[in-house]
Design a protein around this ligand. Structure first.
Ligand code: PLP
Length: 398
């Protein structure tokens, strides 16, 4: 629409939210749609966290909160980073926000000038590139594929760096691929950053607890670059708290102060009740997280076996998060029952929704058109049925 700002007109709609919406519309017509499109644990928030929220309300934690978060929550985050990750931070280095999504957006807006380059390995989480658009920066993509297990090499990183590079931004465990960088791989990337002191590293660690291979490793552990690393994390995935909107950064004092300033002029401190609940989540230990992880581990194997049983689909075994990112390009050029040709991942995702009644997300929205993303944060029963439908629908393409 022409009266809207260039800023909003240049922005794409969130693909994951769009597919979820389309799925809900079909469901509203009475069609049984299985949604594998959302990035959300299918578990409830743990009881002790809910109790803390009820207590917070009774104790009238209902007023404006400090912009960077309650000191008790920031202290709980400092303790978590020390005990779980072996990282030293002071509470002045922590800023709590309305979800990790806002944390990421705050960081991009505080670091990126118009024309600055932001290096993003593909596939990447849908909002990264759009946040760069909002900041009038320029995304520079490093492509990976299933053969490299969707991970970049130090040589690829070095080749992407220019005098205009300001930020490198990635997630490990990765959404959408589930790939996890090992300590050695992170060290190798850190060695490259050491040579380029003007580059800041946004390390999105929101899936840290959903890791099937090893303990979580953060790129902030390397002292020579730690001051330039901004850890982004939150409560949505680890504690099934997506609706509470609670995330945070850990960064240098200067970057934390800048994020505080940004947030002070936009949203202010996040929800008081959610913050009290967050304290209980971090103080209550990892028992609920580990239970969730067990369920995810079982489903990962289930979906892996079922995907491998579909002709034309190629997948790896993701090491973390709760997604598969199978390659589906062998279906491009084929026709559906109405004679429409499948040209790309968007066509295929729509076909799977309309024909198979399974909602997925096209890989193109994550920066790689040869793939689609399936979330396995769904019941075993729904996963089996969804994969059966996908197999059947794909077999009908000719
Ligand atoms: N980063 C990644 C990689 C994600 O997948 C998500 C959610 O899907 C987020 C950040 C944002 O999480 P939230 O804003 O719910 O804390």
């Amino acid at each position: 629409t022409s009266y809207l700002s260039d800023r909003i007109n240049s922005l794409s709609e969130s693909a994951t939210l769009k597919m979820t919406k389309l799925g809900r519309e079909l469901a509203a017509q009475g069609i049984n749609v299985i949604s594998l499109s959302v990035g959300e644990p299918d578990f409830n928030t743990p009881e002790h966290v809910k109790e803390a929220a009820k207590t917070a309300l009774d104790q009238n934690y209902t007023r404006y909160t400090p912009v960077p978060g309650y000191p008790e929550l920031r202290k709980a985050i400092v303790d978590k980073l020390k005990n779980e990750n072996g990282l030293d931070y002071d509470i002045s280095q922590i800023v709590v926000s309305t979800g990790a999504k806002q944390s990421l957006s705050n960081v991009i807006l505080t670091l990126v000038n118009p024309g600055d380059e932001v290096i993003i390995p593909t596939p990447y989480w849908v909002s990264y590139s759009e946040m760069v658009v909002l900041a009038e920066g320029k995304s520079v993509f490093i492509d990976t594929d299933i053969e490299s297990n969707f991970k970049i090499t130090p040589a690829q990183l070095e080749a992407a760096i220019t005098p205009k590079t300001k930020v490198f931004m990635f997630s490990s465990p990765c959404n959408p691929t589930g790939s996890v960088y090992s300590k050695e791989e992170l060290q190798a990337l850190a060695n490259v950053f050491e040579k380029h002191p003007g580059i800041f590293i946004i390390s999105d660690e929101i899936y840290e607890h959903i890791n099937f291979i090893d303990k979580h490793e953060s790129i902030a552990q390397f002292p020579s670059i730690k001051d330039r690393v901004i850890i982004v994390n939150g409560f949505s995935k680890a504690f099934a708290m997506t609706g509470w909107r609670l995330g945070y950064i850990a960064a240098s004092k200067e970057i934390a102060a800048a994020n505080d300033k940004m947030q002070g002029q936009t949203t202010s401190g996040t929800c008081s009740i959610a913050q009290r609940a967050g304290i209980a989540a971090y103080e209550g230990g990892l028992e609920s997280v580990n239970k969730m992880k067990e369920a995810f581990a079982r489903r990962r194997q289930l979906v892996y076996d079922l995907l491998n049983d579909i002709p034309g689909v190629k997948t790896n075994l993701p090491e973390g998060a709760f997604y598969f990112f199978p390659e589906i390009s062998s279906f491009f050029g084929k026709k559906d029952q109405d004679g429409n040709t499948i040209h790309n991942s968007g066509d295929l995702a729509l076909y799977l929704l309309n024909q198979g009644h399974v909602a997925t997300v096209d890989g193109n929205s994550f920066g790689n058109d040869n793939y689609i993303r399936l979330s396995y944060a769904a019941s075993d029963e729904n996963l089996k049925e969804a994969l059966r439908r996908i197999k059947e629908a794909l077999a009908k393409l000719a």
